[in-house]
Design a binder for this molecule. Structure first.
Ligand SMILES: Cc1ncc(COP(=O)(O)O)c(C=O)c1O
Length: 384
C-alpha cells in the first residue's frame, strides 16, 4: 500500500534503540574479521600472544605498568581484592549506588562491604562520608567511577595514603576517562575494568581487566587468574579460572585505537543534551578537571515515571540505573542496613533515568532526544 502523502518521514515513526552495536560492528568488520581469523589460525583460544599484546597496548593507553586480562569486570574486582589479601574480618568502604558486582565481589572474597553515601551532583562516593565510615577493620576503599565520571580521587587517595588503606578503582564504566590528565584505573593499587558489550570498550562477550602500577601485586593477580599457579599445575594460593579469551582480546585490540573517537562522540551527544535540557531536570555535572566518558547519560527528576512515559511516547526509550540501592537488596540484608541510611543513594535510585547515548546515535535520533528534553515540563505529582 502506498503511504498517504501526508505521512510523517520514516524516522518519525521509529523508536530509537536504547543501545545498538550493529553500526560499530559493521564499520569495524574489515578489521575485526582478520583479527578473529588470526586467532582461529593459531588455535590458541585462551591467554597466549593475543592476550599479551592486548595487555601491552591497553597498559600503554591507560598509563599503567601492568594490565592483566581477565574474564569479566566482576572477576577483575574479585582478583584485585584477593591479591590484596582482603577476606573475612576485613571491611571495604564502597558506594551503595552502583551495579551489584562492586559489592558482590567484596562479599565473594568473604569481606564486609561498608557503605558510605554518594555526592548528589556526581553520583559518586562522598569522601567525607567515606572517612566517617572507616573503622580499625577497614582495609580498602572501593570507589566506582559511575556512568563514566571520576570519583573524587584527590580526596580519596589522600585519605587512603594517610591511613595505609588500599584504593581499588571500579573503572568498569570509565575506560578512557581522566582526572587531572590521568586515566582512571591508574590511580589506586588496582583499577578494574569491564568490557561487557555495552561498555565504552566492548568485547563480543564477557571480558575484563585488572591494572596496577605495582610489580608484586601484578604477579599475584596473574597467578590468581589461573588457579593461583606459580608454575603450571602448581597452586600457591586459591585463585580461579578468571582468564581472558584470545578472541575477546583480538576484538578489543581492534576497538582500542578507536576508543578516544568513540568517547568523543559520546561527549558530543552529552553536550547536545546538556544544551537542550530544561531547568525541570537535574543534569549530569562534570567535576572540574575531569573528562567524563558518558557510559550513561543520567538525568534526575522527581517526576521520573512521567518523564519516562513522555520520552517513550516520542519513541525514546530510557532505563533506570539503578533502581535498587545495594544496602536495601536481599543479598545485603545480613549487613543490617535500613531504608533511610543513605538518603542520597536512595534519592538517586528513585529519580535517575538514563537516556540513549551510544556513539553511533544518528543526527535525527540526537535531535529528537534534544527536542524532547527541551520541551519537557515536569508535571507536579498529584496535579493530575
Ligand atoms: C560499575 C560496574 N562494576 C562492575 C561491573 C561488572 O562487570 P562485568 O559485567 O564485566 O562482570 C559492571 C558491569 O556491568 C559495572 O557497571
Amino acid at each position: 500500500m502506498t503511504p498517504p502523502k501526508t505521512a510523517l518521514p520514516a524516522t518519525a515513526q521509529r523508536t530509537i534503540p536504547f543501545f545498538d552495536l550493529s553500526e560499530q560492528t559493521s564499520e569495524l568488520m574489515a578489521e575485526l574479521r582478520p583479527a578473529m581469523d588470526r586467532v582461529l589460525g593459531t588455535q590458541r583460544f585462551i591467554l597466549g600472544e593475543e592476550v599479551s599484546a592486548f595487555e601491552r597496548e591497553i597498559a600503554a593507553y591507560l598509563g599503567v605498568r601492568h594490565a592483566i586480562g581477565v574474564s569479566s569486570g566482576t572477576d577483575a574486582l574479585t582478583v584485585a581484592l584477593a591479591a590484596l589479601g582482603i577476606g573475612p574480618g576485613d571491611e571495604v568502604v564502597t558506594t551503595p549506588y552502583t551495579f551489584f558486582a562492586t559489592t558482590g565481589a567484596i562479599l565473594r572474597v568473604g569481606a564486609t562491604p561498608v557503605f558510605a553515601d554518594i555526592e548528589r551532583g556526581t553520583f559518586n562516593l562522598d569522601p567525607a562520608r567515606v572517612e566517617a565510615a572507616l573503622t580499625p577493620r577497614t582495609r580498602a576503599v572501593l570507589p566506582v567511577h559511575l556512568f563514566g565520571q571520576a570519583a573524587d580521587m584527590g580526596a580519596l587517595r589522600a585519605l587512603c595514603r594517610a591511613r595505609d588503606l588500599a584504593l581499588v578503582e571500579d573503572a568498569a564504566q570509565a575506560v578512557g576517562a581522566t582526572i587531572a590528565g590521568q586515566r582512571l584505573g591508574s590511580l589506586g593499587e588496582f583499577g578494574c575494568f569491564s568490557f561487557f558489550p555495552t561498555k565504552n570498550l566492548g568485547a563480543f562477550g564477557d571480558a575484563g581487566l585488572v591494572t596496577t602500577q605495582d610489580d608484586r601485586l601484578a604477579t599475584l593477580a596473574r597467578s590468581l587468574r589461573s588457579h593461583g599457579f606459580g608454575e603450571r599445575h602448581h597452586s600457591l594460593r586459591l585463585g580461579g579460572n578468571f582468564r581472558l579469551d584470545a578472541l575477546q582480546a583480538a576484538v578489543l585490540r581492534v576497538k582500542l585505537p578507536h576508543l578516544d573517537r568513540l568517547n568523543a562522540q559520546r561527549r558530543s551527544h552529552a553536550a547536545a543534551y546538556l544544551k537542550a535540557a530544561p531547568p525541570a531536570l537535574e543534569l549530569p555535572r562534570e567535576r572540574a578537571g575531569t573528562e567524563h566518558v558518558y557510559n550513561q547519560f543520567v538525568v534526575r527528576s522527581p517526576a521520573r515515571a512521567e518523564l519516562a512515559a513522555y520520552l517513550l511516547e516520542r519513541g525514546i526509550p530510557s532505563e533506570r540505573y539503578y533502581p535498587y540501592p545495594l544496602h536495601l537488596q536481599p543479598t545485603c540484608a545480613p549487613l543490617g542496613y535500613r531504608a533511610g541510611d543513605f538518603p542520597e543513594a536512595e534519592a538517586a535510585a528513585a529519580e535517575s533515568l538514563a537516556l540513549p547515548i551510544y556513539p553511533e546515535l544518528q543526527d535525527w535520533m540526537r535531535d529528537r532526544i534534544g527536542d524532547a528534553l527541551a520541551q519537557f515540563r515536569a508535571v507536579p505529582s498529584g496535579s493530575g
